[in-house]
Design a protein. Structure first.
Length: 175
C-alpha cells in the first residue's frame, strides 16, 4: 500500500513538472500596426501618347509602366505560438522586382522558446485587398535546426499579392 502511494505521488510530481514547463507566456499577446512602403516597377500602365494612331500603318505605342509606391499595413502580435514554440517578428520588409507575380516579403523572426517538437516554427498570415477580401492565406516558416532560444532567423521569406493593402499575422494552426 505504501509503495502504491509513493508511486502515485511520484507520478503526480512528474506530471506537475511537465505542466509547469509550458513555453507559452502567461500574459496575453498585444498587437501593433506597422505600415511598410515598397515600390512596384510595374504598378500601373501609362496612357499611350495621344499622337499615336494604331490604325495608321500598323504602328502602336509600346506599353509603358509607371512605378508606384504601395503602402501595406501589417498587424503584428507581441508573440506567436506554434506547437509549444514561441516566436515574435522583429521587422518586416517588402520589395517588388517586377518579375514575380507578387511582392516579396522578408521577416526577421526571433525565437523566444522552443517546444518539444522543434523541427520548425510557423507564423500564419492573411493578406487583404482594399475591399477586405482575402487575397492570400499562408505562413512564414522558420526552421529550428541548430537554433537556440533568443536567436533571430533573419530574412524569412513570404509573399503577398500586389493588390494587398493589409496583412494580419497570427498563430498558425495545421489543417
Amino acid at each position: 500500500m505504501k509503495s502504491a502511494l509513493c508511486l502515485f505521488l511520484v507520478l503526480v510530481t512528474v506530471t506537475l513538472c511537465f505542466f509547469g514547463c509550458s513555453n507559452i507566456p502567461d500574459e496575453p499577446a498585444t498587437t501593433d500596426t506597422v505600415t511598410v512602403k515598397y515600390e512596384s516597377p510595374y504598378g500601373a500602365t501609362a496612357a499611350p501618347p495621344v499622337n499615336v494612331d494604331p490604325t495608321a500603318g500598323g504602328t502602336t505605342a509600346p506599353v509603358q509602366y509607371v512605378k508606384t509606391t504601395n503602402n501595406v499595413e501589417f498587424v503584428l502580435s507581441s508573440y506567436y505560438v506554434y506547437k509549444n514554440s514561441v516566436a515574435k517578428i522583429n521587422s518586416v520588409e517588402l520589395e517588388d522586382d517586377g518579375y514575380s507575380l507578387a511582392a516579396d516579403g522578408r521577416a526577421d523572426v526571433e525565437i523566444i522558446a522552443i517546444g518539444s517538437r522543434k523541427e520548425n516554427m510557423k507564423i500564419g498570415y492573411t493578406a487583404y485587398d482594399a475591399e477586405g477580401n482575402v487575397v492570400r492565406s499562408s505562413y512564414v516558416l522558420a526552421k529550428l535546426d541548430d537554433v537556440k532560444e533568443g536567436d533571430v532567423c533573419e530574412g524569412r521569406r513570404f509573399d503577398i499579392p500586389r493588390e494587398a493593402v493589409k496583412v494580419v499575422f497570427s498563430n498558425y494552426i495545421d489543417k
